[in-house]
Design a binder for this molecule. Structure first.
Ligand code: UT7
Length: 325
């Protein structure tokens, strides 16, 4: 069950007007096409581990206990390609020699890592897990690419999961997870990995995205996965109090809600102030929604994400009585 929640954003804010001074874009275009007004960006020297530590600390404070047996870090931007970043986060938080590893499902990372954390608990491998979603996605972007720079921001969000009863508030699941590697090229950093360590073309080291194609897949897959989870949970559309989708584009969230037949006011949306923070976007949206009273104990919450890979998935929970740390 969900027992703690926290989020952290780097202090530097870049608004659309600042971006428009260096890129052929405008506040009007970015707001209308994406719903984004600003994003938080890491300064040189600040890393995914730094952000994950801050969010993790807040989630542990929210849970009221630092007693966790495992740390799962969802990230596509680890501090180094090898090793994973989770052990460094665990050490920096003073959590001792607990199990710690990364999950890379890019923007679906939060839902994938949540299922992994819940699985560790059901398997008896852990009683309590700190799960952090953190990405310094702006470090992957080509500063000249107006197709990606306005969209992404940096940040971290974290939850603590504990063993509990299936009918308790905060109990997680069912989960629905999927992938389609045939479409990996739609969102990709071509070079830097084992297949092509370096490239003469500097652009190959940057993240590239075929935006309109991704938009169509994101909407269809998030709706499909949400339907599956509702069916498995025995919920109808009218049972859903809040839909928390990956904050990629406000138009994707509205289109997904429309496909599902969910009213627009059930959507949790904070993309205006954060942009797309990849694996951090759902927990950061949860923090804002609890703080502004949108999300309340007992609410039936549907969660869905979509990202590079391709990957997508969904889950459901009754919201617990927690205060973000
Ligand atoms: O997080 C995981 C997955 N990622 C996503 O889910 C992102 C999915 N995709 C999207 O959110 C949208 O496709 C984008 C926001 C990336 C782009 O929005 P769009 O409505 O699909 O725009 P588009 O690429 O079809 O471009 C429409 C027009 C084009 O001009 P013309 O050909 O109609 O004259 C673009 O050149 O807008 C132009 N354009 C821009 N104009 C100003 C594209 N980017 C910009 C820009 N500023 N930043």
């Amino acid at each position: 069950m969900l027992a703690g929640l926290g989020g952290w954003l780097p202090p530097r804010i870049v608004d659309n007007d600042e971006l428009s001074r260096h890129l052929d874009t405008s506040d009007e275009w970015i707001r209308t096409r994406t719903g984004i007004g600003q994003r938080h960006v890491v300064d040189p020297g600040m890393s995914t581990v730094d952000m994950a530590v801050e969010a993790g600390r807040r989630a542990l404070h929210s849970a009221g206990s630092r007693d966790v047996d495992a740390l799962v870090l969802a990230t596509a931007t680890p501090d180094q390609i090898c090793p994973a970043s989770a052990p460094q986060v665990a050490s920096r938080l003073g959590l001792g020699n607990i199990a710690a590893f990364d999950v890379n499902a890019v923007c679906s990372g939060f839902v994938y890592a949540l299922a992994t954390a819940a699985g560790l608990i059901s398997a008896g491998a852990a009683c309590s897990v700190l799960m952090v979603g953190a990405d310094a996605f702006t470090t992957l972007l080509n500063p000249k690419d107006r197709g990606t720079v306005p969209i992404f921001g940096d940040g971290a969000g974290a939850v603590v999961l504990r063993a509990g009863e299936p009918d308790e508030l905060g109990a997680m699941g069912p989960f629905d997870l999927h992938s389609d590697g045939d479409l990996a090229e739609l969102l990709i950093v071509p070079a830097g990995g084992a297949k092509q360590k370096t490239s003469d073309n500097p652009e190959d080291h940057y993240f590239s995205m075929q935006g309109p194609a991704v938009f169509r897949h994101a909407t269809a897959r998030m709706a499909e996965s949400s339907r599956t989870v509702m069916e498995r949970a025995g919920w109808t559309v009218s049972d859903v109090d809040r839909f928390i989708g990956h904050q990629a584009n406000i138009r994707i969230l509205h289109a997904t809600a429309k496909q599902l037949g969910l009213p627009a006011d059930s959507l949790v949306v904070n993309i205006e102030r954060t942009g797309n923070t990849s694996a951090a976007s759902i927990p950061l949206a949860m923090v804002d929604a609890v703080n502004d009273g949108t999300l309340q104990a007992g609410d039936r919450v549907l969660v869905s994400a979509f990202g590079a890979g391709l990957t997508w998935g969904a889950t459901a929970l009754r919201w617990p009585d927690i205060t973000p740390g």
